[in-house]
Write a protein that binds this ligand. Structure first.
Ligand code: FEO
Length: 614
């Protein structure tokens, strides 16, 4: 019997679930099953987006037959040719002889490799940004090579703002009667399987995923329809923000994943002692016995945690088998940006630590702590001290404060955050060594979308300007309409050369670049690295590439006008000083008949254009 679900009035999910599959792709256990999503668009023309695995092909055919009724299938769009999504192509071609197959040239090659029917006569080959109108709907095709195969493309329905995202945003796990992510407790029940799917299936291809995210960030998306897992219609930013983190190999959480291989329990004992010492000091830990836990779960955990510890016995003069497999898997999945510590064991010749170190040196940007704890059989008192020293060395690499990626703030693709920019008011912050500084600016513009670049303009008299010139990095905290005047006093009316702008702050929040940002009265924060400095006379303009963009709230950005209308107190001009010019920004009164050329407000550093007669 057919089993379909309505996505929109004219889009029907016609896929199927499989809970009998033991190993997805022959290597990943799927205890919660897996869904193969296929979507049927009932427009003036009918369009099927991908098919399913051969195990559930029969259900797909029943579903399509039911939804189409007496209509024929006009188009099959093949976004991904991997057999778990393409098993029914030939059967559909036989059943619907007039059906066109919409694909790209690479897909066409793969269809011919997998099947023997006449494809050329029915192929409709599309390229980047080409479109297909089906009546009410227009589909736009965007190539997404290596997310997860080279032929992958996605389709955007600009009528209903739906992104058919192929493997991207997919998950392990059968749907269990639900279709939308908001119908389940996603973070409790499905985030781990979504991370495991991402890290193992497309984790290697972070660069290519980021390219797709850049393309997607230019689209207004109301529905996200992947080939596995749930459809997203609410809180799409949530899953997108996870993809931003994962594709940049940025840890989701600060904490230590300890993976150990232990034959007789002694290496496990060392790992346990380390975990206890870390927990004693408030560090989150997760432990895995690599001989028991499937490698895919540990790879997934490695994508989650910031610090990784590998503890392995020596076996056949090498790394223990299951640990060697795990390390190879992590290298193959391109793990990056982690701090690593190693424990080895060997009764007569411990070599596993050095060998693990050598293998991991193939990875990009791993910080491997120098001191390997070496155990000869059982853990002795002197090794307990070494393990404690290792715990301290690991903790020393943790940031003093929680970076934004570990806060409740979601990390977004750049575009939605950059859309917050206006002729508004911002806190520009930077850092030189231990010195944090910031100032208020009103000029931040996005100048290019790909790569995402912004320009900030800051008065040369500002200490922040000098520090950015030196360090080349900064954050922009985009202030929202809840911002009180004291924030402008704090960052705008004194010099960082003389005062610590953060002295009164009860918070210490930093983005991944280590620079502070303002977490209160701020709706978003953008981190950027300077690519060019332009001397604009009184101001320096820094053109910078966005390295991180994080949404903090949905409050509207404060505009310059809003500041004047609602935030800035009316200047108090003493009766005896009626003559002069008042700075409209901060209220400073310049006493005199004429304002000198090039005058700069000593409080807020705005120029003559900000002054008006008192
Ligand atoms: Fe679910 Fe890459 O296929």
């Amino acid at each position: 019997m057919y089993c379909v679900k309505k996505v929109t009035d004219d889009l029907i999910w016609v896929g199927a679930n499989d809970r009998r599959l033991a190993m997805f792709e022959g290597v990943y256990s799927v205890p919660g099953g897996v869904s193969y999503n296929s979507y049927l668009l009932m427009d003036e023309k009918t369009v099927l987006f991908d098919t399913v695995d051969k195990a559930v092909r029969h259900r797909l055919m029943e579903n399509i037959t039911e939804v189409l009724g007496t209509r024929k299938l006009d188009y099959l769009v093949v976004l991904h040719m991997e057999p778990d999504h393409s098993a029914a192509i030939e059967e559909l071609a036989g059943k619907y002889p007039e059906m066109k197959i919409v694909c790209n040239s690479k897909t066409l090659t793969f269809i011919k490799q997998f099947f023997n029917f006449d494809i050329d006569s029915r192929a409709m080959v599309v390229g980047e940004k080409e479109t297909l109108n089906t009546g009410k709907h227009t589909l736009h095709f965007l190539m997404a090579p290596m997310v997860h195969w080279p032929e992958v493309m996605v389709a955007y329905d600009s009528t209903d703002k739906i992104l058919f995202s192929a493997d991207a945003f997919g998950s392990f796990g059968a749907l269990n009667g639900a279709l939308f992510a908001d119908e389940v407790d996603f973070d409790k029940d499905y985030i781990d399987e979504t991370r495991r799917y991402y890290s193992n299936i497309v984790g290697k291809y972070g660069t290519q995923v980021r390219t797709l995210l850049e393309k997607a960030s230019a689209l207004e998306i109301e529905l996200l329809c992947p080939l596995h897992g749930f459809v997203w219609r609410k809180n799409i930013d949530h899953i997108v923000s996870k993809y931003v983190l994962w594709s940049h190999y940025t840890p989701e959480e600060y904490g230590v994943m300890i993976a150990y291989a232990s034959v007789y329990g002694n290496t496990e004992n060392a790992a346990e002692i380390l975990a206890c010492r870390l927990r004693d000091k408030g560090i989150k830990t997760a432990m895995y016995d690599v001989s028991v836990t499937p490698a895919s779960e540990i790879v997934s955990a490695a994508f989650r945690w910031s610090h990784l510890v590998f503890a392995s016995t020596t076996y056949n003069a090498g790394i223990f088998i299951t640990m060697e497999d795990l390390i190879s898997d992590l290298v193959a999945h391109n793990i990056q940006n982690r701090t690593v510590a190693i424990i080895e064991n060997g009764t007569w010749a411990a070599t596993s630590g050095r060998l693990i170190q050598e293998k991991l040196q193939q990875c990009t940007n791993l910080t491997i702590l120098d001191d390997i704890v070496s155990i000869k059989s059982g853990v002795k008192a002197e090794q307990v001290s070494q393990i404690e020293a290792m715990a301290d060395a690991i903790i020393a690499t943790f940031p003093k404060s929680v970076p934004v990626s570990d806060s409740s703030a979601s990390v977004m693709p750049h575009q939605p955050v950059l859309n917050k920019l206006s002729y508004g008011l911002f806190v520009l912050t930077t850092k030189d060594g231990d010195k944090d500084n910031g100032c208020i600016i009103n000029t931040v513009n996005q100048i290019t979308e790909s790569p995402a670049r912004i320009a900030v303009s800051v008065h040369k008299a500002n200490y922040t300007c000098e520090l950015i010139g030196k360090t080349g990095e900064f954050n922009v905290s985009i202030l929202d309409t809840s911002v009180p005047f004291r924030v402008f006093e704090q960052f705008g009316f004194s010099s960082g050369r003389a005062f610590d702008k953060f002295a009164e702050c009860s918070y210490e929040t930093r983005t991944v670049n280590g620079i502070r940002y303002v977490p209160e009265h701020t709706n978003a924060v953008v981190s950027a690295k300077v690519v060019e400095a332009v001397d604009c006379g009184t101001h320096e303009m820094f053109i910078a590439e966005v390295t991180q963009a994080s949404m903090l709230s949905q409050e509207p950005s404060v505009t310059y006008q809003y500041y004047f209308d609602h935030i800035k107190p009316a200047p108090k001009i003493p009766e005896e000083h009626k003559k002069g010019f008042v700075c409209r920004v901060c209220g400073y009164l310049y006493e005199g008949d004429t304002l000198p050329d090039g005058y700069v407000c000593p409080l807020c550093k705005h120029g003559v254009e900000a002054f008006e007669p008192a």
